[in-house]
Write a protein that binds this ligand. Structure first.
Ligand code: PGA
Length: 307
């Protein structure tokens, strides 16, 4: 059967009213046009849907069945219209985000503020490292990603929105904390607790040491910034992490920034999406929100930027 939506709509009105004249009025069509649609529908179904006994119209058994389907199809269409209008007015919607583990702390703070402005939307958040983020983008499994600069050649659109300074930290009693400035050579003599392969922070640190013809000694690698900071607090080694992960430790003075020649290593945070991706209304709004609000939010952390 090859029935059209228009035929179904006309049938729903005729079946509800059981009167061609008033159905035609409701549909703003002529009566012959309505009769024609019904006739074509009956031809498609290859069976009568409406019968006339005396002066009254009745639905046949098949007509009755068709009426049930027509009604629920119309209702679904109305529901769809309602959903679209709610999504457009941001009263409904689902935001699928993925962020680099390092961006987790400030993005969650940002999401909390965003969710207060748009309380009806739901959010799912993947927190993972850079290489997994690229896979998620590749599989089109998220709307937006917050990460360091993505590599070329992956068909991605990326907009920078914030500086991301990487700093060296140690527990407060580490002897280098007292030094006014530490040279890179001195730094390279230390042991580090560092992020896993695949992390953007890790590759930035490797690049930095390579550029200065130095090697860094890894005591341990860990896939989690919190664990790295904890390890540094326990004196397992020095850590190089994004300043944006240090709000709590710097305030509580459980970690100190060491003033090292050439540091901070300045990276940038980007909001990234697949090229040509059609963002939902809520994803568009969130993207603008990040671009506009991130800077102010980080200032609220009171971090010693660039020191
Ligand atoms: P990561 O993130 O070190 O947590 O992978 C930073 C980045 O994307 O560069």
């Amino acid at each position: 059967m090859n029935l059209t939506f228009r035929q179904l709509k006309v049938f729903e009105v005729v079946a509800r009213r059981l009167n061609f004249t008033s159905a035609a009025k409701e549909l703003h069509l002529s009566q012959p046009a309505v009769s024609m649609q019904i006739k074509q529908l009956e031809e498609q179904a290859n069976t009568p849907l409406i019968e006339k006994l005396g002066k009254k119209l009745y639905l046949t058994e098949v007509g009755n069945e068709m009426y049930n389907y027509a009604r629920s199809t119309m209702q679904q269409l109305l529901d769809l219209e309602e959903t679209i209008s709610q999504m457009k007015s941001l009263h409904k919607g689902h935001l699928k985000l993925a962020v680099a583990s390092t961006a987790n702390h400030f993005v969650i703070r940002m999401l909390a503020r965003f969710a207060r402005v748009y309380p009806k939307i739901s959010i799912s958040l993947d927190v993972t490292n850079r290489s997994t983020l690229l896979e998620l983008l590749e599989k089109n499994e998220c709307d937006l990603v917050v990460m360091g600069r993505p590599p070329e050649g992956h068909n991605l659109t990326a907009r920078p929105f914030l500086e991301n300074p990487l700093v060296v930290v140690a527990h407060p009693k580490h002897y280098l904390v007292r030094e006014k400035q530490v040279s890179l050579k001195e730094l390279a003599r230390e042991e580090f607790v560092i992020r896993e392969q695949g992390s953007g922070t890790r590759s930035a640190v490797e690049r930095f040491f390579n550029e200065h013809n130095l090697k860094f000694k890894t005591k341990m690698d860990m896939s989690n910034n919190r664990a790295i900071k904890h390890a540094a607090e326990e004196g397992l080694g020095l850590a190089i992490v994004s300043l944006h992960t240090l709000e709590i430790e710097l305030r509580a003075k459980t970690l100190n920034i060491i003033n090292v020649e050439g540091f901070p290593i300045y990276r940038h945070w980007y909001v990234v999406q697949r090229e040509g991706k059609r963002l939902s209304p809520i994803a568009k709004v969130f993207k603008d929100y990040i671009m506009q609000e991130a800077d102010g939010l980080i200032k609220d952390f009171n971090l010693p930027i660039g020191e």
